[in-house]
Design a protein around this ligand. Structure first.
Ligand code: MF3
Ligand code: CO
Ligand code: CO
Length: 241
């Protein structure tokens, strides 16, 4: 899991330089696909996962998650979440970050910050004996304090030899409730945070999730290991975040 996590983070470190005005999300998909298969000798988990047609997810502006790369050209001011999952030696590493295309809008930047801080506050709850509800409550408190909202329909997940497994890791909830954490568990924490209302809508392509009110949405994701000491983040980037 450490190896798979590092490879997934390496893909995000690599792709940042290519997120420029005029690039299409298809081009980002192709560059990541080739890096994962040719350089890392790993497998892009999304490709053909339950019929998903591409190797990465690219979710732009009001797209909440599971955006399908396509011919759309990114333009200055766009905010895009790139979500990478690689399989190496049978194990999955899953991580996503927000990228800004050239100039970032002030509202989009603040939203991304709130989502990032929320993810880390959730991660910092992790330790044996703590509960999944502690994670959700910490994220929800921070996001709502900042007058943003948490998407309810999608959540983090157990991860290992299987991409999505139990438990569900909700990004809202009550402290002290839910599954008790044990050393050795591997999970993702990946809050989706909307600038407007929490409601989402699935587009007819069967994958793309957008905010119902078309407000901006932001997401960050890490794969984490619960340890005796607390936690280890398996998908840290080169900047250790
Ligand atoms: N990487 C996403 C997650 O964090 C799942 C993407 S499923 C796909 O769980 F099929 F859309 F790729
Ligand atoms: Co995930
Ligand atoms: Co992911």
């Amino acid at each position: 899991m450490r190896v798979a996590g590092r490879l997934a983070a390496d893909v995000l470190d690599m792709i940042g330089d290519y997120v420029k005005p005029g690039v299409t999300t298809d081009e980002l998909d192709r560059i990541c696909h080739e890096y994962i298969t040719d350089v890392q000798k790993a497998v892009p988990a999304p490709l053909n996962y339950r019929g998903f047609p591409k190797s990465i997810c690219t979710s732009v502006n009001h797209v909440v998650c599971h955006g399908i790369p396509g011919e759309r050209k990114l333009k200055s001011g766009d905010a895009v979440n790139i979500d990478i999952t690689v399989i190496k030696d049978g194990f999955h590493g899953d991580t996503s970050r927000m990228f800004f295309v050239a100039a970032a809008g002030i509202q989009a930047q603040r939203l991304a910050e709130v989502a990032f801080e929320g993810m880390w506050l959730g991660i910092e709850q992790l330790a044996p004996g703590r509960h999944l509800g502690d994670v959700g409550a910490a994220i929800q408190r921070h996001v709502e304090k900042n007058r943003c909202s948490i998407v309810r329909e999608y959540c983090g997940h157990g991860i290992g030899r299987v991409f999505h497994e139990d438990p569900q890791v909700l990004h809202y909830g009550s402290a002290g409730t839910g599954m008790e954490l044990k050393s050795g568990m591997t999970l993702t924490i990946e809050p989706m945070v909307n600038a407007g209302k929490p409601a989402v809508k699935l587009l007819p392509d069967g994958w793309t999730v957008v905010t119902k009110d078309h407000s901006l949405s932001a997401q960050w994701e890490h794969t984490v290991l619960v340890t005796d000491a607390g936690y280890e983040v398996l998908t840290l980037g080169a900047d250790a975040r």
